[in-house]
Ligand binder design. Structure first.
Ligand SMILES: *Cc1c(COP(=O)(O)O)cnc(C)c1O
Length: 243
């Protein structure tokens, strides 16, 4: 993008952000919640480091990436701007065990721990790097075959073991809802919330994070208790119509 286009794009980001925050506010109010409990993660996977810098300047503080290679590119971009030193990056996408080194010690939170095998591998790398990795258990609440993650029963069964892994800190749960189906999205989010309450009992942990809600369904997610929405298109795509 030319400097002029980038300037115009940054203005769009700022205006859009204000509208997103209004929606979060209104959804929280409908549920009798405080909007301050809901963190907004800007999913930057489809844009470049320049656009991430614009988003930072417009007030976004936390970014989500779904591929280790792209995460590395964004971290390198952010490192060129001292003003972005406090920027937070999370890993939200499927992670292969051979890519863990690109993620451990570099992100604030791994949302997508979708198997015990992966959790064990991240734990090992965290020990050898001398870091603690905060993570969420990804749960396939809706049961769609296309989705990765623990079944709710498998999450119940594994939660205490996962919580006890060396150099790992279990912070909560994450899910993705079925697309284009608001009712299914709502029951997916409420199911995740109920499972989290149950796992608090089983593990004795606080489990403060419920990561759910994307561009199409974040308002429903906030009504159902989400504490972290992961928004990509509605943040970064001028052609995406915010409902
Ligand atoms: C891409 C992605 C998002 C953001 O999706 P949008 O519909 O663009 O808001 C959220 N979570 C995960 C895991 C993603 O891969």
């Amino acid at each position: 993008m030319s400097a002029e286009d980038l300037q115009r794009y940054e203005e769009f980001l700022g205006e859009r952000r204000a509208r997103i925050l209004e929606r979060i506010q209104a959804s929280a109010a409908r549920a009798g919640r405080d909007a301050g409990e809901v963190m907004l993660l800007a999913v930057s996977k489809t844009v470049g480091p320049d656009e991430v810098l614009c988003a930072w300047r417009q007030g976004y503080r936390a970014f989500g990436e779904n591929r280790p290679q792209e995460l590395t590119r964004k971290l390198a971009g952010a490192a060129q701007h001292p003003e972005m030193a406090a920027a937070r990056f999370d890993m939200i996408g499927n992670l292969q065990t051979n890519k863990i080194n690109q993620v451990v010690g570099k992100v604030a939170l791994v949302h997508s721990v979708s198997s015990e095998h992966l959790a064990n591998a991240i734990s090992k790398r965290s020990v050898s790097h001398g870091v603690t990795t905060r993570f969420l258990i990804e749960v396939n609440v809706s049961g769609e075959e296309s989705k990765s993650g623990f079944t709710p029963d498998a999450a119940r069964e594994a939660a205490e073991r996962l919580a006890g892994l060396p150099n790992m800190e279990l912070m909560g749960l994450m899910t993705m809802a079925p697309a284009h189906d608001p009712d299914a999205a709502r029951s997916t989010f409420s199911g995740l919330r109920e499972l989290e309450v149950e796992l608090r009992g089983r593990t004795g942990l606080e489990l403060p994070i419920l990561s759910c809600g994307m561009s199409d369904d974040f308002q429903i997610a906030v009504e159902e208790g989400s504490t972290l929405v992961r928004l990509g298109r509605t943040v970064f795509d001028p052609n995406y119509a915010l409902a």
